[in-house]
Write a protein that binds this ligand. Structure first.
Ligand SMILES: Cc1cc2nc3c(=O)[nH]c(=O)nc-3n(C[C@H](O)[C@H](O)[C@H](O)COP(=O)(O)O)c2cc1C
Length: 179
């Protein structure tokens, strides 16, 4: 973090990272499209977040979550895997998709994005019919990109201090459920 803050202060990011930072600042909307690999995002996407979501640019100086630098922009995770959606449901073999995607979703929210419910396209190797159906469902979701209700996240008002919810505030994300 110190090195990233230093690079921000001295405008010393590597050219490819600087280019990605500028793209992120420029975009109106962000769609992350990736295959599920080992029950999460591929390492290259994690590497992108490690290098591009840097302090000074995407968070810091009291700006995070609903007042983060990306506030007002929407983000969507669209992922593929090779089983039907039931495999990624609460009683499915692989478990609830939202749990696998929490690190991505909460990171996008951390820097200010409104995050939409994810798009999941499964059975990618099953054939043309499934592929067509998946693409049609994805197209339908994209029509609601600007109007769909984003996923619920807690706001600053819900927290008693920097890191804990106030007593009596019910957790509303997949990761904050304890009383
Ligand atoms: C390294 C690797 C790890 C994978 N891990 C998972 C996994 O954890 N769960 C799953 O359902 N599919 C997994 N898959 C299958 C991919 O999700 C699937 O092949 C991909 O979504 C197909 O999209 P593509 O045609 O864009 O690669 C994995 C594939 C690879 C190559």
């Amino acid at each position: 973090m110190a090195e990233q803050a230093n690079a921000f202060k001295n405008e010393a990011f590597a050219a490819d990272i600087q280019a990605e930072i500028e793209l992120l600042q420029w975009c109106d909307a962000l769609i992350l499209q990736f295959p599920i690999w080992w029950f999460g995002m591929p390492a290259i996407l994690k590497g992108y977040m490690d290098r591009v979501f840097v302090p000074g640019v995407t968070y810091g100086r009291g700006k995070w979550y609903e007042i983060g630098p990306m506030a007002g922009k929407r983000a969507l995770v669209s992922c593929t895997a090779d089983c039907g959606p039931v495999g990624y449901s609460p009683r499915g073999r692989y478990g609830e998709l939202g749990i696998l995607l929490w690190p991505v979703h909460t990171s996008l929210r951390f820097i200010g994005f409104d995050v939409l419910e994810p798009v999941y396209t499964g059975l990618v190797s099953a054939g043309d019919e499934e592929r067509k159906a998946g693409l049609a469902a994805y197209a339908a979701r994209l029509k609601g990109f600007e109007t769909d209700q984003p996923m619920p996240f807690h706001t600053e008002d819900d927290y008693a201090d920097t890191y804990t919810l106030k007593p009596g505030i019910k957790g509303k994300t997949i990761a904050q459920w304890g009383e």
